[in-house]
Design a protein around this ligand. Structure first.
Ligand code: HEC
Length: 203
């Protein structure tokens, strides 16, 4: 390896050029055979550096001078709170209009059946005969046979027994439709393979 000496008077560091690689080698900066280099930064890196400074200036001017909405924490907080209030009032209005009453019209029951076949039948079977979950066609109920009883089970589930809570997966309306479908259409029907009764007999 041939090296030539570059003694630059304006710079403190003296370095040599490796003629094979054009690397600038800082003399006396060699430790355990590892030589420190004094190469120029790559152009893309310098641009990244300059752009990050430009970004910072723009950011600070927007934050401190123009007080831009999307950068101010206090404004973000206010708009989040306003959005939450709106959601809450919508929810209150929704539940005020909602009434827990058995649906008996064909359209609602058809929608209830759709939900039942798609989601509930895995455990209760399409015809309601019962599999993992209990039989829905007999008059034996573990948690009661009133609309409110079934509603509560579907809403909150019986997690320790494997019945899922559907409060977050189905809308109020969908839950009411499927529970109505059970009470109007499934109860009293004759499934192919009814599961043995569970719970108490309700007349
Ligand atoms: C992963 C299986 C599974 C799915 C899916 C499932 N259930 Fe259940 N369900 C059960 C089990 C298990 C029980 C019994 C709970 C107990 O022993 O307390 C049950 C109980 C019930 C009961 C109370 C029955 C009684 O005797 O009091 C109702 C009502 C009910 N499920 C409705 C539904 C509806 C409606 C759906 C669909 C939206 C559904 N289930 C989906 C497993 C399931």
């Amino acid at each position: 390896m041939t090296t030539e000496n570059h003694n630059n008077n304006t710079e403190k560091d003296t370095y040599e050029i490796d003629t094979l690689t054009n690397d600038k080698l800082i003399s006396e900066h060699s430790y355990d055979g590892i030589q420190e280099l004094n190469n120029d930064m790559p152009t893309w890196w310098k641009w990244l550096f300059i752009l990050s400074i430009v970004f910072a200036i723009v950011y600070l001017v927007r934050l401190w001078v123009f007080r831009a909405d999307d950068l101010m924490q206090s404004k973000e907080f206010q708009s989040e709170m306003a959005a939450a209030d709106l959601r809450k009032s919508e929810k209150d209005a929704g539940s005020a209009a909602f009434e827990l009453m058995l649906l008996e019209d064909g359209a609602s029951l058809a929608k209830g059946k759709e939900t039942w076949d798609k989601i509930c039948a895995v455990c209760h079977l399409i015809d309601g005969g019962g599999l993992v979950g209990p039989n829905m066609t007999d008059n034996y109920w573990i948690h009661g046979n009133k609309l409110e009883d079934l509603w509560r089970v579907v809403e909150e589930g019986v997690l320790e027994k494997g019945m899922i809570a559907y409060k977050d997966q189905l809308s109020q309306q969908q839950r009411l439709e499927v529970v109505s479908y059970i009470l109007v259409d499934l109860v009293g029907s004759t499934p192919a393979n009814p599961k043995e009764p569970q719970g108490e007999l309700y007349e």
